[in-house]
Design a protein around this ligand. Structure first.
Ligand code: DWN
Ligand code: SAH
Length: 408
């Protein structure tokens, strides 16, 4: 029995994924026998409704100088984050007298827009290699983990922030009370803290179980975020659904009563009740759907293997570490994974050891089927690869929300 990371209530495990490796821990063959594994289980808190991992590896094992995820690999995401900055610029009238902070700026995909618009800013990014790329774009970056101590130091060294941004980072941080205490200190009295993360409602509706991996310790909803904000004298005053990462939610937070409460919040809370996000039994039903995807996908890959088809995969995502390891997708079933990220190429996927190759190698191959691990970028990737797929008569295999073959 474990306690909830947010409200300390006893929580029960609803899903056990067994031993899982570091999702972005791509390995060389010398490292095959030296991989780190942890016991991956998810739980639901009946009091504050937060869905969470029971155990998460130490942060230094995940975020370091060889972090393998570079945000700017998707052109669509570049545009998405420019629009996020535009939205907050309009809400907060951001300009040369403002101060904006981004928590987890990675390679600068979002914060580069502050440089372009001349907005004084600070990017906080603990993974040294991606932080260095952000710096090369002219972004002011500190290579540290955001927490209360960093927020105090930042508000002393700079000033209170008119806008604090974070995308796909909050759900990575187990010490959430320290983060929210820091937000309370750093946020100007009229400031907005806007963050977005994969949305629990989409994860349940689409059975996107592979959002569960070491880095993602929380799976947020309007319910759980609202509860958390209230614990710190802060308020969730608006929300906006996003299509990114298979369905995300942007949460807008202020000091209590600082901004008018949007009806979007109450509508979403109602919607979440209709989905059953406040009830443990919803998550038990979710398990059964994961098992169906698992048996359908393995049966399909096994059949194609028996028929001698050439099957490869696209996008060595963090998500695919869960899919491959939990389902047992071996290099016998998938010959290689294509990925545009240089640091992943020439290495092997965590746990299952499928070779990762460049997009050029993929383009020179003649696959019969391509399993789309980067299913959240399906539109962008399918458009870019349409001509190639047609040229070799290859078909896509999707597995979220269900296993299906897509003819090009
Ligand atoms: O939360 C997180 C999100 C934001 O990013 C992190 N914990 C880690 C990471 O998760 P992911 O690895 O599941 O993210 P993506 O964006 O689904 O990864 C896409 C992968 O596919 C990257 O390795 C790049 C690659 N890619 C490619 O080879 N060709 C992507 C595109 C768009 C392409 O055209
Ligand atoms: N914002 C980017 C990157 C998301 S990947 C995007 O949406 O694409 C998650 C990032 O969070 C990594 O770059 C990781 O180094 C960073 N991170 C993890 N813990 C953090 C913390 N406590 N403070 C700031 N960044 C953190």
């Amino acid at each position: 029995m474990k306690n909830c990371l947010i409200c300390q209530t006893n929580i029960d495990v609803f899903m056990d994924f067994g031993q899982q490796p570091i999702a972005n821990g791509f390995v060389t063959n010398e490292q095959f026998n030296d991989e780190y594994f942890f016991h991956m289980q998810t739980a639901f808190c009946p009091k504050c409704t937060m869905v969470q991992l029971i155990e998460q590896p130490d942060r230094e094992k995940m975020f370091h100088e060889n972090y393998a995820f570079f945000s700017s690999t998707s052109n669509y995401m570049v545009k998405h984050f420019a629009a996020f900055v535009d939205d907050m610029t309009a809400r907060q009238n951001l300009g040369e007298n403002s101060f904006a902070v981004e928590i987890g700026c990675n390679d600068g995909i979002l914060s580069q827009n502050f440089v372009k618009a001349g907005v004084p800013h600070l990017g906080v990014e603990p993974s040294k290699n991606v932080a260095e790329i952000a710096r090369q774009k002219g972004i002011n970056v500190t290579t540290e983990f955001f927490d209360k101590a960093l927020a105090e130091a930042t508000s002393e060294e700079y000033k209170k922030a008119d806008a604090i941004f974070s995308a796909n980072v909050m759900c990575h941080i187990p010490y959430m009370h320290s983060v929210f205490e820091g937000i309370k200190i750093l946020l100007d009295e009229n400031g907005i803290f806007a963050f977005e993360d994969p949305y629990l409602g989409d994860i349940i509706q689409k059975t996107s179980f592979d959002q569960i991996y070491d880095e993602h310790v929380f799976f947020f909803s309007a319910h759980s975020v609202s509860y958390l904000a209230n614990m710190h004298g802060l308020e969730l005053f608006d929300i906006a659904p996003q299509i990114t990462h298979g369905g995300s939610m942007r949460y807008y937070i202020t000091h209590k009563d600082a901004k008018p409460l949007s009806q979007n919040v109450s509508k979403q809370l109602e919607f979440e009740k209709s989905l059953g996000l406040h009830e443990g039994k919803t998550f038990t039903a979710f398990n059964a759907k994961i098992d169906k995807i698992k048996s359908d996908l393995i049966a399909l890959l096994q059949k194609l293997h028996n028929e001698g088809k050439k099957v490869v995969a696209y996008g060595a995502t963090s998500k695919s570490t869960t899919t491959a390891n939990y389902f047992g997708i071996t290099p016998q079933l998938i010959e290689f994974v294509s990925d545009t990220t240089p640091i992943k190429q020439g290495k092997y996927t965590p746990g299952m050891h499928i070779p990762v190759v460049s997009q050029e190698t993929f383009a020179a191959s003649k696959p019969d089927y391509v399993l789309l691990f980067a299913w959240n970028h399906a539109k962008e990737i399918m458009e870019n690869e349409a001509a190639f797929m047609k040229s070799c008569g290859a078909k896509w295999i999707m597995y979220i929300p269900k296993v299906e073959i897509i003819e090009v």
